[in-house]
Design a protein around this ligand. Structure first.
Ligand code: HEM
Length: 303
């Protein structure tokens, strides 16, 4: 399955999305500038990844607000509310109903969008129709909740470390790449991921039995003192920076390059356009999730 979609996500083809990301970031920041204040979560981090993925799927402009509504319902997967299954189910059903006719269309008349790539997998007998449909939701979900957290946690890290913010402002275009890697490491968007043991295994003296659930903590690995000098220090010039924010091995994040492009463009634009950005509250709250490191909101102001 990965082989079908992998070609679409190569670093080279993702680089071609940079101008689109730049334009989307500019438009969102223009709107925020006009208002004079912004909640980074609501006004920038939440809409940006959906705009990008909707464009990748070839969703027509008029349907974007609807897809955004569905994407926001899918976010309930990682939240702690007791009634989260209702919006989550509505989001899943809504995506499947919305995407079904698009898949029918792309099977007959393929384009260069992501749904056409999945549809080609169905034609090749690798994906069933159901798998094509749920993989579109997976893409929306995997690229949304995670990127949101990179953008918010990264912005917060800068604003809490004025020396590093000053460093980025000296050369936003030149420093954005390494800075984004450090944001991914320092306050990782995904805290932990889960596996189910397929057989009995022993690891570092601990036995895991077949079918047991195992959770590994990305945020801990990314602060491992054996891997990183001064692991608790936010240092945007850190190099090498072999973090595991995108996982590792077979299921390494498919969208890593795209997420990096989005992070780089957002941090660069914020440093260029809002040099005196400040967090507007002392009370920041996180979603109660064991998987995602997700702020509820991030209000900011500027002069
Ligand atoms: C900062 C943003 C992101 C982070 C931190 C992140 C993190 C991760 C992690 C840790 C995994 C591994 C999950 C596992 O091993 O169980 C993963 C897998 C995945 N990611 Fe991302 N991701 C990000 C953005 C994106 C984007 C933008 C997309 C797509 C547009 C995407 C698509 C996927 C997919 C499809 C998988 C599943 C791959 C597989 O199971 O083979 N991700 N991501």
């Amino acid at each position: 399955m990965r082989r079908i979609v992998h070609g679409y996500f190569t670093p080279k083809s993702m680089e071609a999305w940079r101008p689109f990301v730049q334009k989307a970031v500019k438009e969102l920041l223009d709107a925020a500038e006009e208002k004079g204040h912004m909640d980074v979560m609501r006004d920038l981090a939440t809409p940006l990844p959906v705009l990008v993925i909707a464009q990748m799927m070839g969703v027509p402009e008029k349907d974007r607000p609807y897809v955004r509504q569905l994407a926001e319902k899918l976010l309930y997967i990682g939240r702690g509310e007791y009634d989260r299954m209702k919006p989550l189910t509505e989001g899943m059903r809504g995506m499947i109903d919305y995407v079904s006719p698009l898949v029918d269309e792309r099977i007959v008349k393929p384009g260069d969008d992501f749904i056409s790539v999945l549809a080609s997998g169905e034609k090749a007998g690798i994906f069933t129709r159901h798998e094509v449909l749920v993989n579109t939701s997976l893409l929306l979900l995997a690229g949304h909740e995670t990127t949101i957290n990179l953008l918010c946690n990264g912005t917060l890290a800068f604003l809490r470390h004025p020396d590093q913010w000053a460093l980025l402002k000296e050369d936003p275009a030149g420093r954005a790449k390494l800075a984004t890697e450090e944001c991914l490491r320092y306050d990782s968007p995904v805290k932990s991921i889960q596996r189910i043991a397929s057989q009995d295994v022993e690891m570092r003296g601990k036995a895991m039995r077949k079918d047991e659930r195992v959770r590994w903590f990305i945020s801990s690995a990314n602060r491992d003192p054996q891997k990183f000098a001064n692991p608790d220090r936010f240092d945007i010039t850190r190099w090498p920076n072999q973090h595991v924010a995108f996982g590792s091995g077979t299921h390494h994040c498919l969208g890593a390059t795209l997420a990096r492009v989005e992070g780089q463009e957002v941090f660069k634009a914020l440093a260029e356009r809002f040099p005196d950005l400040e967090v507007a509250t002392a009370d920041l709250e996180y979603q109660p999730s064991i998987t995602f490191r997700s702020l509820r909101s991030l209000p900011v102001t500027w002069q």
